[in-house]
Write a protein that binds this ligand. Structure first.
Ligand code: PRP
Length: 175
């Protein structure tokens, strides 16, 4: 059954947010090389738009973690199912996420990457959803802040659907 969707951020707003983020990153890093760590799958579209706006030297790599079930939620850790191919020791790393929700995924990834001793580690998230945060974690570069709501589109799925939508929508609750 199709869900009812309400547009939250259109294509133009997303373009502007991505440009703003790329400019902020470029300002901070200037001509230094950055390793962008894109967290699959949700951030694939965001990553591809973000790198096109970045002016300095950029390396792109991907990792994937398992979605947390009840067990992993309790422990707060997620399992790595696809690792980076890049050695990040001594390098400037930015984790690229589509959304921070509870924060568990990012905290887990951040701690795992910090153990590899990067020179610096920052977080860039397109959407920061604040209402359900369970751990203290903040994005260094954030496109949009929202309180709550189930969002889809621009890489973000609902049961694997809607990732292809070029804008971001809220899934409407049934009344
Ligand atoms: C989503 C999103 C983040 C995570 C955020 O990924 O891409 O990685 O959940 O949630 P959290 O802050 O509560 O941990 P998901 O597990 O749905 O996988 P996907 O990226 O493949 O869609």
């Amino acid at each position: 059954m199709a869900e009812r969707l309400r547009k939250l951020f259109d294509e133009h707003e997303i373009v502007r947010a991505v440009q703003r983020l790329a400019q902020a990153i470029s300002r901070d890093f200037d001509d230094q090389e950055i390793v962008l760590v894109s967290v699959l799958k949700g951030s694939f579209m965001f990553t591809s738009d973000l790198v096109r706006e970045m002016k300095g030297p950029v390396i792109v790599d991907f990792l994937r973690v398992s979605s947390y079930g009840t067990d992993t939620r309790t422990s707060g850790t997620v399992t790595l199912t696809k690792d980076l191919e890049t050695d990040i020791e001594g390098r400037n790393v930015i984790i690229v996420e589509d959304i921070i929700d509870s924060g568990l995924t990012l905290r887990s990834i951040r701690d795992m990457l910090l153990a590899r001793r990067p020179r610096s580690l920052k977080i860039c998230a397109l959407v920061d959803k604040r209402a359900r945060r369970e751990v203290e974690i903040e994005g260094d570069y954030v496109g949009f802040s929202i309180e709550d709501g189930f969002i889809v589109g621009y890489g973000i799925d609902y049961a694997e659907r809607y990732r292809n939508l070029p804008a971001i929508f809220v899934v409407q609750e049934d009344e």
